[in-house]
Design a protein around this ligand. Structure first.
Ligand SMILES: [Fe+2]
Length: 396
């Protein structure tokens, strides 16, 4: 074999020779010895043919404008080369196209989907949660620590670190390694800081900056797409109390559906308006408390009472909407679902902000407490996880 045919991406594929090929109307049927089969459509094959300028070698992105697709184009021959690659010739007499058999195989196996190369979601309750605490002192240098933490973030929706440097920039450095940080009106990174003597004063800009309890919630349901992940790094904590609480919304939604279908129906269908208000700020979004999105979307819980402003539903639906929401919130704060963890300086927790309900116990004794936080979108986490998992698969 000479150089493998370029693929429309930047991955290396194992060489998995095609065994046989046939043409069936507009499809090329590619088969491997273990009977794995791919039905490849003619125009899709053209879009992935370098010889037809279907994609660009530098960017590996597709080049054919759909307006230029020739609906009369047909495959006139499809053959397996001696080395197992696929050769295809088209009816317009253009140059034959050669396809990497390993790349075709990954399509046949469905490993092109957005869910591919990501760990399975593992739902958890207070009793079933088994989570490792990874070493924040080495995470920026040790790829295996970073990978293990990222895997927890995707599968459990929750990843914990300890021994992180007590450096105000650390959380940004760490999250920037995953991808682009999600900016908001709170800034790229923000402080949750409560100096007990100032709690409740005019200097606070959100309930977070007080010493009050924060019930289970998700941040910024006021946005069309609330931030996918949130990270909180504890830099200082001299206060007593103020444990961080977490509950898996995916597990609560599943339990609610099974045990109280009437509440599940109300929370997935009745809309509320969420509203971030401030001088010069008016962020609003309308949606259900439990937003299932389209098939395959990540779960989005819109659960933050400080910004839940208006029921946007028929008045006759309001009693059941409130009853369902109260029940959900009681479940989220119950011993069945909620875990409680103290924040020590150097601890850093990351969690899926749309799936995991986070909160905080009140703290009432004197002392300073300083967390620094930031957000990132799901896309960045998933991209980083796919690249890491594909690299590991290639090198193993
Ligand atoms: Fe929050």
């Amino acid at each position: 074999m000479t150089q493998p045919p370029p693929t429309p991406d930047f991955y290396e594929y194992p060489w998995d020779p095609v065994d046989s090929v046939a043409i069936d109307d507009r499809f090329v049927i590619v088969a491997w010895a273990d009977r794995t089969e791919l039905r490849a459509f003619d125009l899709w094959l053209q879009e992935n043919a370098l010889s037809y300028a279907g994609f660009d070698l530098a960017t590996r992105e597709h080049l054919i404008d759909p307006a230029d697709l020739d609906d009369d184009l047909r495959v006139v021959s499809a053959t397996v080369r001696a080395d197992g690659a696929l050769d295809v010739a088209f009816s317009d007499g253009g140059p034959a196209a050669t396809y990497h058999p390993g790349w075709l195989r990954h399509v046949a196996e469905g490993n092109f989907r957005s869910t591919s190369w990501l760990p399975e979601q593992v739902s958890w309750t207070a009793d079933s949660l088994h989570i490792s605490v990874h070493d924040g002192a080495t995470i920026l240098d040790d790829e295996s620590v970073f990978h293990a933490w990222l895997t927890d973030l995707v599968s459990l929706g929750l990843g914990r670190l300890e021994n992180c440097p007590l450096d105000e920039d650390f959380v940004v450095s760490l999250v920037s390694r995953i991808g682009a940080i999600r900016d908001t009106n709170f800034g790229l990174a923000w402080d949750v800081r409560a100096d007990i003597e100032m709690a409740g004063s005019d200097d606070t800009n959100s309930t977070a900056n007080t010493n009050l309890r924060l019930g289970p919630h998700t941040d910024l349901p006021t946005r069309e797409t609330p931030p996918g992940y949130q990270f909180l790094h504890c830099l200082r904590n001299e206060a007593r109390g103020g444990n961080s609480t977490m509950a898996d919304g995916a597990a609560i939604v599943a339990a609610l559906q099974a045990e109280h279908p009437e509440h599940y129906e109300a929370l997935t269908t009745l809309n509320w308006v969420f509203f971030n208000r401030g001088p010069g700020i008016d962020h609003r979004w309308t949606g259900p408390f439990i937003d299932l999105g389209v098939d395959g979307s990540p779960l989005t819980l819109r659960a933050f009472y400080p910004v839940r402003a208006f029921p946007d539903m028929d008045p006759s639906d309001m009693p059941r909407a409130y009853a369902a929401m109260a029940h959900f919130s009681q479940m989220a704060a119950s011993d069945r679902f909620e875990v409680s963890t103290p924040f020590r300086p150097g601890d850093l927790v990351g969690f899926d902000n749309r799936r995991i309900l986070h909160g905080r116990d009140s703290f009432s004794s004197g002392g300073h407490r300083h967390l620094r936080g930031t957000y990132i979108d799901h896309d960045e986490i998933y991209s980083s996880m796919r690249v890491a998992n594909r690299r590991r698969a290639t090198h193993s």
